[in-house]
Design a protein around this ligand. Structure first.
Ligand SMILES: NC(=O)c1ccc[n+]([C@@H]2O[C@H](COP(=O)([O-])OP(=O)(O)OC[C@H]3O[C@@H](n4cnc5c(N)ncnc54)[C@H](O)[C@@H]3O)[C@@H](O)[C@H]2O)c1
Ligand SMILES: CC(C)[C@H](C(=O)O)[C@@H](O)C(=O)O
Ligand SMILES: [Mg+2]
Length: 352
């Protein structure tokens, strides 16, 4: 029996994770689900945002489903030493799992163009996969310091780090339209010069069937919302991928429609890309679609059950059509939307 560890975390994390777990139980009733603490709530209980008891539970897990971590801008958690803050717990979790490739799909399902603030003709048919490097760059390993009136973080990459995430992007492109756009800032940064050199060399050596182009991150920030159909797979470093993927959430219409899968050496980590949304936490109005679709990605990539994943994607699309949530201009609250997904699952055949 596969074992899944759930880490609901802070803010709306528990609300959207409960929805995703209800859907998982319906589609994969044989999985064992074990819940643990991460983030601010773990700090409050154990004095550590990624406590040993949570680490230990990951040992025999087949996949991890995370909610969200972190508090509001004025939260007391933000005054803690950095290594004790909720976000540090999440970064330590990603590192512990060795999840270096973060897949963030941006998709506008047929018939859901009206949920996008973009003109329907721009939103229609968009299907981008952002592959974000997740264990390097300014987030990890480089020099970092704050000292008096000076502070720095170092964006550092090595060839093996670039190659392993680029391989995932090329592999994904081979299953899709065969195009990879590598995004960097090679006109200014040495670290991007290395990134570009290594991505190009890997393509030339091993993936000659994939079309590769390079674009600058500032230009992509404009083009991804003004001409999203130009992209198939985007591969980029950690910080650029973090920012571009929140921006890309504008295309389907909400952060609440952006799931993710983080893959690497061991068990995968599956989480919505949005944060803990302190402004709506506890009100029961969060859009759980991203968390539910992350559970779908868990079935697809973590448990290799694509039929379950397809079932979830179809049910979410149906629920969005009939019961859009408030972030999308609709009226459905978290429970209403989740019930709509569950009833769509009951009427949708398992295979198709
Ligand atoms: N992976 C994570 O756990 C993660 C990701 C991003 C931010 N954070 C943390 O979350 C906290 C809040 O960050 P923020 O306010 O910058 O970003 P956020 O993503 O939490 O919220 C941004 C805006 O989007 C809305 N939103 C987000 N998800 C939604 C959903 N599912 N349904 C409806 N509306 C939704 C929020 O209400 C808010 O208005 C911070 O502590 C931050 O560090 C955590
Ligand atoms: C909370 C934070 C550490 C995290 C990140 O920057 O990776 C978040 O913004 C995300 O996109 O998952
Ligand atoms: Mg982010």
């Amino acid at each position: 029996m596969p074992k899944i560890v759930t880490l609901p975390g802070d803010g709306i994390g528990p609300e959207v994770t409960a929805a995703a777990v209800a859907v998982l139980r319906e589609v994969a009733p044989d999985v064992t689900i074990e819940e643990h603490l991460i983030g601010g709530v773990a700090y409050d209980t154990h004095g550590d945002p990624f406590p040993q008891v949570t680490r230990d539970a990951l040992g025999d897990a087949d996949a991890v489903l995370l909610g969200t971590v972190g508090g509001a801008q004025d939260s007391a958690w933000n005054l803690l030493p950095r290594h004790l803050r909720p976000e540090s717990g999440l970064l330590a979790l990603r590192k512990a799992l060795g999840c270096y490739a973060n897949l963030r799909p941006v998709r506008v399902q047929p018939g859901l163009e009206h949920l996008s603030p973009l003109k329907a003709e721009l939103a229609r048919g968009v299907d981008i996969l952002i592959v974000r490097e997740l264990l390097g760059g300014v987030y990890f390993d480089g020099d970092r310091k704050i000292d008096g009136d000076t502070a720095y973080n170092t964006m550092r990459y090595t060839t093996p780090e670039v190659e392993r995430v680029a391989r995932v992007a090329f592999w994904a492109a081979e299953q899709r339209k065969g195009r990879v756009t590598s995004v960097d800032k090679a006109n200014v940064l040495e670290v991007s010069e290395l990134w570009r050199r290594d991505v190009t060399a890997l393509r030339d050596r091993e993936y000659r069937g994939v079309h590769l182009n390079h674009e600058y991150v500032d230009s992509v920030a404009m083009l991804i919302v003004s001409d999203p159909s130009r992209y198939d797979v985007i591969v980029t470093e950690n910080l650029f991928g973090d920012i571009l993927s929140d921006l890309a959430a504008v295309i389907p219409g909400s952060l609440g429609l952006m799931p993710s899968a983080s893959l690497g050496d061991g068990a995968g980590l599956f989480e919505p890309i949005h944060g803990s949304a302190p402004d709506i936490a506890g009100k029961g109005v969060a859009n759980p679609a991203a968390a539910i679709m992350s559970a779908g990605m868990l079935l697809r990539h973590g448990l290799k059950r694509p039929e379950g994943a397809n079932q979830i994607d179809r049910a979410v699309a149906l629920a969005l059509r009939e019961h859009p949530t408030r972030d999308l201009g609709g009226r459905a609250d978290t429970q209403t939307f989740t019930r709509a997904v569950l009833s769509a699952l009951e009427t949708s055949p398992a295979v198709g």
